[in-house]
Design a protein around this ligand. Structure first.
Ligand code: EPU
Length: 335
């Protein structure tokens, strides 16, 4: 494994902002990964997988580790008729490649998460979710390397401390995910959970797992920009949680406000709606804009400078704060 100096990171972040890494390496297995941690114990480190949820505003003065650790094994060795199936997937496998593999074999649990960009190792970090499903629902265990001790550490589902677009891995910035063990099922029944998807499947009486994957792909392709054509990092902000009183007050002026009451009494609302009503849907400032079909997505029309994205982000936050008194929190990581 080689260490490269002054490496351009443009093609390692889906927003395609430009920045240099002081040092860069691509470990292909756990031994190489541990070696690069022990070669540079005191250097600042950044781990990138698909780079689909991150962008750069300046050069990175440390070691960027782009993991390239691949592999997949089914660990249910029991009889075919067993309902539960467990598979261990290495961190750098492509996420949608895994979903496709599972759907082809009728392994149920990942189909709603079709076409999400990125790698398997990145999925638990922000607990990816779409169409009423979250990856936490099918994760049995996450295996990582602790950057402080260089040891292999496993986390049970509970120990991952999953939340909405959140986990211990996002907060601690200490563990490098090397593989994920999924718990899937051999039987599939469609449970209607999400309006857009139910609508897409309304003409099919009993949707198969393949029908669901295809429907999710169609909905996503209609609403979301392809990052290879129009660089972006998916949803830019998290959907905010507000008090019931706050939501009721907004609904007086904006009766269409999506409001989902949570177990703790708070209300989860829609960042896309707030951005839309603040007048930012499809709006563009120089080379950065909000995507016309889904205003929660910020797209890069050609700036190499991540600061332009930050400046547009701040404009949206200011407008939403001013009108609704809500702080939008970025879901994307900014370096
Ligand atoms: N809306 C508008 N104007 C628009 C578009 C949407 O007001 O132009 C409002 C509508 O009220 C709509 C609501 O926003 O009902 C929700 O829109 P959507 O169904 O597209 O979902 P979202 O809440 O904006 C979340 C995830 C997406 C995920 C979708 C589908 C977050 C931050 N985002 O978006 O995840 O694909 O649900 O389940 O939770 C991602 O994280 O990168 C991502 C794309």
């Amino acid at each position: 494994m080689e260490y490269h100096k002054q490496t351009q990171l443009k093609h390692y972040n889906s927003f395609q902002t430009e920045a240099f890494a002081e040092l860069f390496c691509e470990p292909r297995n756990i031994e190489e990964l541990r070696k690069c941690l022990s070669d540079y114990p005191h250097k600042k480190k950044l781990i990138i997988g698909g780079g689909c949820n991150v962008f750069f505003t300046k050069d990175f003065d440390g070691l960027v580790i782009h993991t390239d650790i691949k592999g997949l094994r089914e660990i249910s060795d029991e009889e075919e008729e067993d309902e539960d199936i467990f598979i261990e997937v290495k961190a750098s496998e492509n996420w949608d490649g895994l979903v496709s593999y599972c759907v082809d074999r009728g392994f149920a649990g990942l189909e709603n998460l079709s076409l999400i960009p990125g790698t398997v190792g990145a999925a638990p970090i922000q607990n990816i979710g779409a169409y009423g499903a979250e990856v936490k629902d099918v994760i049995k265990e996450v295996v990582s390397i602790d950057m402080e001790t260089n040891d292999v550490v496993s986390f049970s589902n509970q120990e991952c401390e999953f939340g909405y677009r959140d986990s211990i891995f996002k907060r601690a910035n200490r563990y490098i995910i090397i593989s994920v063990i999924f718990h899937l099922k051999r039987t599939f029944t469609y449970i209607p959970k999400y309006f857009d998807l139910n609508k897409e499947l309304e003409n099919i009486e009993e949707p198969t797992i393949q029908d669901v994957r295809e429907a999710v792909i169609r909905v996503r392709q209609r609403k979301l920009p392809d990052e290879k054509v129009l660089p972006n990092a998916g949803s830019f902000f998290k959907n905010p949680y507000i008090t019931k009183e706050h939501a009721d007050k907004i609904i007086e002026d904006y009766p269409g406000l999506p409001a989902y009451l949570q177990k703790d009494g708070m209300v989860k609302t829609s960042a896309a709606f707030l951005i839309d009503k603040a007048g930012y849907k499809g709006k563009r400032e120089k080379s950065v804009g909000s995507y016309p079909n889904q205003p929660l997505i910020i797209v890069n029309y050609g700036t190499p400078d991540g600061n332009d994205i930050v400046s547009f982000m701040k404009d949206i936050q200011k407008a939403v704060k001013h009108i609704f008194n809500i702080d939008l929190e970025p879901e994307v990581r900014i370096y």
